[in-house]
Design a protein around this ligand. Sequence first.
Ligand SMILES: NC(=O)C1=CN([C@@H]2O[C@H](COP(=O)(O)OP(=O)(O)OC[C@H]3O[C@@H](n4cnc5c(N)ncnc54)[C@H](O)[C@@H]3O)[C@@H](O)[C@H]2O)[C@H](O)CC1
Ligand SMILES: [K+]
Length: 222
Amino acid sequence: MKTSDQTGSSETITSDEMRALEQAAIASGRVTGLELMERAGKGVVEAIFEEWPELVKDKRRAVVLCGPGNNGGDGFVVARLLEKAGWGVETFLYGDAKKLPPDARVNYELWLGRGGVSKIEVCYSYRWASHPVVVDALFGIGMNRPLPDELRNILMATLNCRRVAVDIPSYVSSDTGDLMCPWPHYTGQNQLTVTFHRPKAGHVMADGAQVCGKVVVKDIGL
Ligand SMILES: NC(=O)C1=CN([C@@H]2O[C@H](COP(=O)(O)OP(=O)(O)OC[C@H]3O[C@@H](n4cnc5c(N)ncnc54)[C@H](O)[C@@H]3O)[C@@H](O)[C@H]2O)[C@H](O)CC1
Ligand SMILES: [K+]
């Protein structure tokens, strides 16, 4: 597993340490959660074009799978920035938009100004081959229980696409690298994982070291 680190250190941190850093930066007034989310989404889009430069010129199609928390919020930022770059973007939300945390809700609303959001159930019968990029923004460091079967099945159907995990694939524990659902171990190919500030243990340990594929660490100014 390669980590290309733009922040100068590949030392891993825990999800608690990451949350504490984010909260301290926000509490200091140096930055807002919304600014951190925008930087995270921008970092994901940068990493996509760095990893697959051939995608820069064409107007491509992407699917963004957004979850009920701030990882989903990052996904709505990615959707907006790709659409602004001329891509055709479809977003799907797992959960209730009305229950999104504030920063994610802002980015959900911002995205609504540019495109629709479908319920994740629509993905159950999706033809994925026509989408070169699928962004997994379902769960990040807040994942705290096994992935529901219906979400696992959707992610399994995307194995042949260029897959981009926001922060961490939604079936990997960010603190242990354990798989949070039955998942084939060989699936690191055409998988890009874009995380923020520092790699997490889940990117370099246990099964996470395989299934995270190429891990890129983006600085979000913490
Ligand atoms: N804090 C910030 O300002 C920033 C956060 N970033 C991104 O945010 C995520 C962490 O967001 P958080 O809301 O804490 O957690 P998640 O989005 O990962 O998910 C929480 C959400 O999902 C529910 N949940 C957890 N596990 C499951 C499951 N297995 N099945 C169903 N539902 C589940 C849980 O109850 C919550 O509702 C971080 O990874 C970053 O991507 C920004 O990057 C920077 C700013
Ligand atoms: K994710």
